[in-house]
Each structure stands twice: as C-alpha cells, then as structure tokens.
Ligand binder design. Structure first.
Ligand code: FE2
Length: 377
C-alpha cells in the first residue's frame, strides 16, 4: 500500500513522518544458518528464496532467505570467530537481530527517526546489481536488536543485491498457510517499558493502543506488564513487556537471564485457517504449549458463538478470545531454541484487534509449568 494512504488516515494537518508499508523481513542471527533454514522450510513451510555467503563474495557469514506468502525470514550465521554475528550468538544464543520495515524512502526514514533521537545503526546505503537497487538504513532498538528500513521499489531480483536465487532441487516443499507478521513482542528490563514506549512515540510516531498492567497479566506466582505500540496505519505493531513483582521469577526475567539482555520474545504469524495450519505444523514436529482441557469447559459461555467446531480446537489446544470487534484464535509454540527465549504465536483474527487478554492467565500458567520443568521458576 502506498505511503500516501497512510498519510490520508491522519487527521487534517498531521502527516505521518514515518510511513511504513509493513514488515519487510526478520533476520535471525543463529549458530548454524544452514540447519536453521532447513527447520523453517521443513517445519514451518517456508520456501528457499535467496542466499549470500562465501560463494557470492561475502567472506564472514552465510545468510539463507526463506519466504512464505508475505513472510520473509533471513537466517544468518558467522563462519568466522570474532565477528559481530558470532559475538551476537555467543552472547544471546539464536535470536532476532533485525525487524526490517518496508518503506518508500529509506533515507527519509533514517533522517526522520535519527533526527528525533533514535541512535543510528546503519546510515543510508545503496546496494546495486543488474536487477536494480535497494536502499537500506537502520536504527538501534532495545538490547542488540535493530530496525532496518528497506526501500526496494526499484529492485526486481531475489531479496536484495548481494544475494543469489536459491532453490533446493528435488525437495518437495509444502506451505503451512502462514501469511504475514501480525506483531512482534519485545522483552525489556525492569522499569524500561515506558522508556521504549516513549522511543516508539518520539522517534517513530507510534501510538500506545493498548496497555496491560500486572493485574491483567498475573498468575499465582508471577506478573508482567505490557504496552502495545502501533504505527499510524496499524500495519506494524510492537508490544513491549517488562517484568513485574510476583512471588516467583516471571517469564520475562527468565528470558532476560537466558537471552543475556533485552530482545524479541515472540513473533506472531497470521493464518487464515488456524486449525489447518496448527495440524500441519504439529505433524512436522513444531511443539506448542498446552492449556488444561478444563479451559474448554466454559469457553462457549466466555466467547459466545464462533464459526469453528469446538472439538478440533480442544484437540489441538487452540485458544479463543473475544473483544468488542470480534474474536481471535491463537496458539503459542514452545521456545524454538534450547535457551528459553524466542517463540512463535500462530494467530487467526476474526474481527478482533486485541491480543488475547482473556487467555493470558491460562497461557502464562502453561508457560510457568514449562519454566518450572527447566528449574527456573
Ligand atoms: Fe502475541
């Protein structure tokens, strides 16, 4: 969608100084990108798209780009010691480095955000090959995480200059129905949530559209607080969590300890048919959190009529929540690496624009059972 549409949604006199067209890609720094890419292809149904590494003139790293519908993941690992990628993995384990945002003008995005106080990660740079050009720029976010602004309107090649097309001959790939990034959640340190809320407001023009306090998000043992930040057109949403006082260690504290700092906690991936997508993901070995079957006893009285049959939801452990505008179905994976850090949410929205507040308690109790098994509660 062109940036002018975003600007039109503003009330008279205001213009969106950072029009975002959506998420461009998410880059993960991992220990072994070749195998991580295979996991996202086989388990999550992504298709190989592009590659950069020693064979393409990149001497210190290898990057595999996979995609599914509007989702693009980049899996990058270092092939040498002492590089920024190697250091990142040494410190954090596998995790999200860059949340890249699609823009019409990456130079303007950098100028507007850094001019408002964001710290530069990458000055605007033009990458060119025979397929055209991509302009990149970037700013620093919580922890070692960054936002990269990607301008690709003048590029027709695979991913971006520096990459070559990548396919795996004879490999039968079947997608799982994952469509686009719904939201990406960051975990920040004690009392840091409002600092990052202000960062999104001041430097990127985002609005705080929802807030959850420790009353909303607490179990018998632990608590957290969360604020959801959204850009002007609502294409990009970043909730920010911080730990809150509880009897025991909260899941956010466990994350901060094992990630060795602040970072991306989960990425919510949208599907148009959550039952089919979850069945497919489970059949390929993706593991999900389970809530007790008693969750379904009063589900219908809590959420009212839904189009889906209850039985498959119950069998797969899919959660349902309703707000004023409709309902949503969601399910959370277990962490996708050995450190209890990054996980995925699979979400199908049927009108609801919220984040499943009615499920928080059952969900966080399920997380705590896993946390206790790890000896970290
Ligand atoms: Fe979420």
């Amino acid at each position: 969608m062109p940036s002018t549409t975003a600007a039109k949604n503003k009330s008279a006199g205001e213009t969106d100084f950072l029009p975002l067209l959506g998420t461009d890609y998410i880059e993960f720094y991992v220990g072994n990108a070749k195998q991580a890419a295979h996991y996202y292809i086989t388990a999550f149904g992504f298709t190989p798209w592009a590659y950069a590494g020693p064979e393409t003139g990149v001497k210190d790293r290898a990057s595999y780009v996979v995609r599914q519908n509007k989702l693009t993941f980049v899996l990058t690992s270092s092939i040498k010691n002492g590089t920024p990628v190697a250091d990142h993995v040494y410190k954090h384990g596998d995790g999200v480095k860059a949340l890249a945002l699609l823009v019409d003008d990456a130079r303007a995005a950098w100028k507007e955000t850094t001019g408002r106080g964001a710290e530069s990660y990458m000055e605007p740079a033009v990458l060119k090959d025979k397929e055209g050009e991509v302009v990149l720029s970037g700013i620093r976010l919580y922890g070692d995480t960054v936002h990269v602004f990607v301008e690709r309107k003048n590029y027709t090649g695979a991913f971006m200059p520096g990459y070559v097309s990548w396919t795996i001959p004879h490999f039968q790939i079947k997608e799982t129905g994952l469509q686009y990034v719904d939201h990406c959640v960051g975990n920040v340190g004690w009392y840091q949530m409002n600092r990052w809320v202000k960062f999104y407001e001041d430097t990127m023009g985002f609005k705080n559209i929802l807030s959850f306090d420790d009353e909303d998000i607490s179990t018998e043992y632990s608590a957290l607080m969360s604020k959801v930040m959204s850009n002007e057109n609502g294409f990009v949403k970043f909730p920010i969590n911080e730990p809150a006082e509880g009897k025991k260690k909260s899941q956010v504290e466990e994350y901060l300890e094992f990630y060795n700092g602040e970072g991306v906690q989960h990425i919510a991936l949208a599907t148009n048919d959550i039952v089919a997508t979850i069945k497919e993901l489970m059949s390929r070995g993706v593991e999900f959190l389970r809530v007790p079957t008693t969750y379904y006893d009063d589900l219908m009285s809590r959420v009212g009529h839904i189009d889906e049959d209850l039985e498959p939801l119950k069998e797969l452990g899919i959660l349902v929540d309703r707000d004023n505008e409709g309902y949503l179905l969601q399910l959370f994976s277990k962490p996708v690496e050995d450190r209890p850090t990054l996980f995925f949410e699979i979400i199908q929205r049927k009108g609801a624009k919220s984040f499943g507040k009615g499920n928080f308690k059952a969900l966080f109790e399920a997380m705590e059972r896993e946390q206790a098994l790890r000896g970290n509660l």
